[in-house]
Design a protein around this ligand. Structure first.
Ligand code: UTP
Length: 283
């Protein structure tokens, strides 16, 4: 059973400056809900109840968000606005939130390594990058799909999607053999390759299932692209042992770490899913 989900959220979010000068990128809202809450809901729906967040300086709003706000809740008690807090209250009541800091931005691999103290070394765990907002309107969320796959194969799983060839340099990219529909046994992976040197156009997005032996592998992995400790490099060691699957998930993914993706997600959720209750009420 995968019960723990790690949320690396120590990044500076420089693409959203000045908005992210004093506010965490993960707290930027798509309509009325912060990005990280979408991620936590996806993990909760997939069966996780321990949410382990890797934070950094200036990220206190995340901790406050997943805590009870007595004055506010008292203030709106009995009013029509009370229901606006139902979802976040469900998460607070049913999940344990734990936090540790990544003091220096040394890369995603390093951020995940910092999570060892939170998720332990006994069980596999999930990783969600909250700035990749995933949503499946037709069924199970992306993390649940990946956990189902883990339960079948018992090895690391990375979520992948096809991207245009001119965009592969923005991602970790895999190569592998399709062993069943949408499932690839990974034999190579490269972080942010040059467009003409990429092994495929199958890009890794911000969802992972990792087995705890990854911590020992990260410890032995040298800094890679941009001098950062890359989780892609650590996973390559596992892939060479046939222990990593790439999974072409069902659903939509929005790159909310970029302004364009963020606007796209906002429009999508406004049109398709959740017109904010406050707006509906005013109509
Ligand atoms: P990004 O590189 O997309 O995020 O990292 P960023 O650095 O916050 O954004 P920009 O590029 O400056 O706008 C992907 C994810 O990995 C986390 C980030 O928080 C983000 O969720 N991350 C990355 C860490 O937690 N620590 C790191 O050292 C690097």
């Amino acid at each position: 059973m995968i019960k723990k989900c790690l949320f690396p959220a120590a990044g500076y979010g420089t693409r959203f400056l000045p908005a992210t000068k004093a506010m965490p990128k993960e707290m930027l809202p798509i309509l009325t809900k912060p990005l990280i809450q979408y991620g936590v809901e996806e993990a909760y729906d997939a069966g996780c109840d321990v949410m382990a967040v890797i934070t950094g300086r200036g990220k206190r709003a995340i901790t406050d968000h997943f805590d009870i706000s007595y004055e506010l809740e008292h203030q709106i008690q009995g009013s029509s606005k009370e229901s606006l807090l139902t979802d976040i209250r469900t998460l607070i009541d049913n999940c344990t939130f734990t936090y540790t800091r990544q003091n220096e931005m040394k890369g995603l691999g390093d951020a995940i390594y910092k999570g060892k103290v939170l998720v332990g070394e006994a069980d596999p765990f999930a990783v969600i990058l909250a700035d990749d907002l995933c949503f499946n309107p037709d069924g199970d969320g992306v993390l649940r799909q990946m956990i189902d796959l883990y339960n079948k194969y018992k090895c690391c799983v990375v979520a992948i999607m096809e991207v245009p060839k001119e965009d592969v340099h923005k991602y970790g990219v895999i190569a592998g053999r399709e062993i069943e529909d949408s499932v690839f046994m990974v034999d190579n992976m490269v972080e942010k390759p040059d467009n003409d040197k990429a092994p495929s156009n199958l890009a890794i997005i911000g969802r992972y299932i990792l087995t705890p032996d990854i911590f020992e592998v990260i410890k032995k992995t040298k800094p890679g692209k941009n001098g950062e400790l890359q989780i892609t490099d650590a996973l390559l060691t596992q892939a060479k042992k046939g222990m990593v699957l790439g999974y072409k998930f069902k659903g939509n993914r929005f790159d909310c770490g970029s302004v364009e993706g963020f606007v796209e997600a906002t429009n999508y959720f406004y049109d398709h899913e959740k017109k904010p209750k406050a707006i509906e009420e005013k109509k």
